[in-house]
Design a protein around this ligand. Structure first.
Ligand code: HEM
Length: 506
């Protein structure tokens, strides 16, 4: 019988060859890494002290990461630091950071264990979205959240977010309107509640009155938690100090259990009772209930984990509020920048006859550039990775179990990459055609499989809030208040600088 290759056979052969080549390439890559291990050099390290290791170096500057520049100048782009008893490496430069995040993403997808942070998650880091190691469970959580945290501009979720934002911002503008004449507004407090309600209405289809005491306590607890996780602590690196932290750990557990109590009694339990299997999901709580109720799950995703994920994501409102308040702090003595935002906002509001919305982003590149510039200045390597196997970066040996700091602070403050890097200058993100420009060495949200899950919400919500606020008001400093906004970190204390808000004449 004559054997004729059909086009299907050709296709199958092609696919098989491609798979074979892929497998060979992978095998060769692994062999290469194995062979190279012997030729690797150990990471150089500065002089260390007994017990403290290099911890003493971190106290030298107001922004602790500045010391990394000094060490890098002496020892090169990959160096070791022993922080107390924790072996760490600091990775500098875009190429090396890319090697960690992209090329060897699988070698570095774990997180170090910090007992302080475990207090927030019933003593188990697996319950946390940001502090867990990589696993099938983490993959499930990220996939479940994707449609909600990265809403596509053409999706229903995008429209939903726009609606939630406009509703909450309209209420915020009314509240500020009633206070603006007092000359001193605690904007962080107002923004926290507004942003919490945006998150709650978007993810959970519910919201609460600003005068409801339990809601106010819920919002405050989240902000305390956010401030806590953004602070370094010697106890994280010196386990022998743990007994001295027992009171502090208790405080952290109290915040966390109060948040859980509110979440369950005010939001989740009612939704669980009302949930009808098979109905079309409307918000993240629906997706979560659907996932949790699925029988025979083998990835460990259960009700408790689901609730932790929900809390983690709702807590993002505090990150965004702190970021917005910091940005407003950068703008308070820059009427020139405020005027540029106002010109953009006035134009879109005049054209639409309504208010600033997500659809206006392409028409307001300067406002977006302001968000980028603020992100550049607050970026920090606060969320470290962990090497889960013996590996290397740029030919330097990284033993399994090493904590890895990706130094995006220096990347964003390098005078070689940025002109006058200490200066707040949104223009650096605008290209010659007047469009928003994002250099590839600008990575405030990191990259790869552990990249920030909230980056899109940060950009969308900050843009809309700043555009709306400056469309209605001009920010002015309150007399005798310092607006020295700390760089290289994101969190502000719960009580922070107030603002004067002058209503704009239209
Ligand atoms: C200005 C605000 C923010 C900045 C600068 C920021 C930055 C970052 C960075 C640098 C990381 C570490 C990525 C890595 O390990 O390589 C991270 C992780 C993460 N962020 Fe954000 N973030 C912000 C806001 C948010 C918000 C609002 C949310 C939630 C709505 C969020 C959720 C997360 C989560 C869940 C992770 C851990 C992801 C994982 O480990 O798989 N972030 N963020």
């Amino acid at each position: 019988m004559e054997f004729v290759f059909s086009s299907l056979t050709y296709l199958l052969l092609l696919v098989l060859t491609a798979v074979l080549l892929f497998l060979i390439r992978d095998e060769l890559k692994t062999k290469q890494v194995e062979n190279n291990v012997d030729r690797l050099i150990d990471a150089p390290a500065p002089k260390s002290w007994p017990i403290l290791g290099h911890l003493y170096l971190m106290a030298r500057y107001k922004v602790p990461y500045r010391v990394f520049d000094e060490i890098m100048a002496d020892l090169g782009s990959v160096f070791r630091l022993d922080l107390g008893s924790v072996p760490c490496v600091v990775i500098n430069g875009l190429q090396n950071i890319r090697e960690v995040l992209m090329i060897k993403g699988d070698h570095f997808d774990s997180r170090p264990t910090f007992r302080r942070f475990e207090q927030l998650f019933k003593g188990d880091k697996k319950n946390s979205l940001a502090f867990c190691d990589w696993s099938q469970l983490q993959k499930t959580r990220r996939e479940l959240l994707r449609a909600h945290t990265f809403p596509n501009a053409t999706s229903n979720m995008y429209v939903r977010l726009d609606k939630c934002l406009k509703t909450e911002l309209a209420e915020l503008m009314d509240t500020i309107g009633a206070l603006a004449d007092t000359g001193c507004v605690d904007l962080k407090n107002l923004l926290l509640h507004s942003c919490a309600n945006t998150f709650l209405s978007y993810f959970c289809s519910t919201r609460f009155s600003n005068t409801y005491d339990r809601f106010r306590e819920f919002v405050r607890n989240f902000d305390e938690v956010f401030y806590e996780v953004n602070q370094g602590s010697a106890g994280d690196f010196l386990p022998s100090l743990t007994p001295f932290y027992s009171w502090h750990f208790k405080k952290i557990r109290t915040w966390s259990s109060k948040i859980r109590n509110f979440m369950e009694t005010e939001i989740f339990n009612k939704r669980k009772v009302a949930w009808v299997p098979g109905t079309k999901p409307v918000d993240f709580v629906d997706n979560l209930l659907e996932a949790v109720m699925q029988p025979d799950r083998d990835d460990g995703f259960d009700l408790d984990i689901g609730l932790f994920s929900l809390e983690d994501i709702i807590g993002g409102h505090s990150a965004i509020t702190n970021f917005i308040v910091k940005t407003l702090g950068f703008l308070v003595d820059r009427p020139d920048i405020q005027r540029c935002i106002q010109e953009e906002a006035d134009a879109v509001v005049r054209a639409s006859g309504t208010c600033v919305g997500l659809a206006d982003r392409p028409l307001m590149p300067y406002t977006e550039a302001v968000v980028f510039e603020s992100l550049r200045l607050i970026a920090s390597p606060i969320v470290p990775h962990l090497a889960n196997q013996d590996t290397s970066v740029n030919g330097v040996r990284i033993p399994k179990g090493t904590t890895v700091f990706l130094n995006n602070y220096s990347l964003h403050m390098s005078p070689e990459l940025w002109e006058n890097p200490e200066h707040f200058s949104p223009e650096r993100f605008i290209n010659a055609e007047g469009r928003l420009y994002k250099p590839d060495y600008f990575i405030p949200f990191s990259g790869g499989k552990r990249s920030c899950m909230g980056y899109k919400l940060v950009q969308l919500i900050s843009f809309c809030t700043i555009g709306t606020l400056l469309n209605k008001y001009t920010l002015m400093p309150v007399e005798d208040v310092s607006y020295a906004v700390p760089k290289g970190n994101l969190a502000l204390p719960y009580v922070t600088f107030p603002f004067r808000l002058r209503p704009r004449k239209k």
